[in-house]
Design a protein around this ligand. Structure first.
Ligand SMILES: Nc1ncnc2c1ncn2[C@@H]1O[C@H](COP(=O)(O)OP(=O)(O)OP(=O)(O)O)[C@@H](O)[C@H]1O
Ligand SMILES: [Mg+2]
Length: 249
């Protein structure tokens, strides 16, 4: 595994007396698929927003490739592709037009933008939908378009916040395979946030287990995978059971 690309030291976010993210020390390394795993309110999205320089920490710091997210948010966001929980597209425009628009906003010339848009649409399995308006896309298709959208500016790292929520189970598997494929092909670093142990287990190399703003442990998924049931055991040890949701899938 490579050098640290995202580095957090004592990263903290307080809202008045409430602590949403509590003194997180964590490094995400180049080329890995890293999970942010935890239940509702664990602090996953807040951590992501601080990495992006969209939320200011009340303590500690975070940097991307050594660039401080608070003091240099624009430089950081140029390097990071971010898929928020609720991604919005121009519904009257096709997937292709949406991608070209994003690319141009990121300073890519029109010619290159068109070429990249077509290539990426094929890559995420939407090659057949080039001319379809995004208003007609299913949730799974929208999320795959979202993945193409974050890839179009050639990011060094992509951050996906709960990218599988609301997708049907088959679509979830497709999406997860796609992340794996993109990372294998390009060596891209991926930060993947999820409620679901099984999804994190399938796609991540390592994962940070969060609860109530605290980092409980960093799970070495590749290591734990070798012993069946071990990961669930560790997860339950830290979260004290209450893992029923995971067993439904
Ligand atoms: N702007 C805000 N003002 C006050 N409290 C906030 C704000 N944003 C988040 N919080 C609180 O901080 C805690 C962490 O929220 P966060 O959204 O980071 O969790 P999460 O792990 O992403 O949860 P989910 O899985 O539900 O998306 C929650 O208790 C939330 O209510
Ligand atoms: Mg969230």
């Amino acid at each position: 595994m490579g050098q640290p690309i995202i580095e957090m030291t004592g990263l903290t976010k307080r809202y008045n007396r409430f602590t949403a993210v509590d003194r997180i020390d964590l490094n995400i390394r180049e080329g890995e698929i890293f999970g942010l795993l935890g239940p509702n309110g664990a602090g996953k999205s807040t951590t992501i927003l601080m990495i992006l320089g969209l939320t200011e920490p009340t303590g500690g710091k975070v940097s991307v490739r050594g660039i401080n997210s608070t003091t240099h948010p624009v430089e950081v966001r140029r390097r990071v592709g971010y898929l928020p929980e609720d991604v919005g597209f121009y519904e009257d425009m096709t997937g292709f037009e949406n991608l070209v628009y994003t690319a141009e906003l990121n300073g890519i010339s029109r010619g290159e933008a068109k070429e990249k848009a077509v290539e990426l649409l094929h890559r995420v399995g939407l090659g057949e939908e080039l001319k379809k308006r995004t208003g007609q896309y299913s949730k799974g298709m929208r999320q795959r378009l979202g993945l193409a959208d974050v890839m179009i500016k050639n990011p060094e790292v992509i951050i996906l916040d709960e990218p599988t929520s609301g997708i049907d189970p088959a679509g979830v598997q497709d999406f997860i395979r796609l992340i794996q494929q993109l990372s294998d092909e390009t060596g891209l670093t991926v930060l993947f946030s999820s409620h679901h142990l099984n999804q994190v287990q399938t796609v991540c190399d390592r994962a940070a287990l969060f609860n109530q703003g605290r980092l409980l442990t960093v799970l070495d998924i590749n290591d734990l995978k070798d012993t069946p049931g071990r990961l669930e055991e560790v997860y339950n040890d830290y979260l004290g059971g209450g893992n029923d949701e995971e067993n439904e899938e």
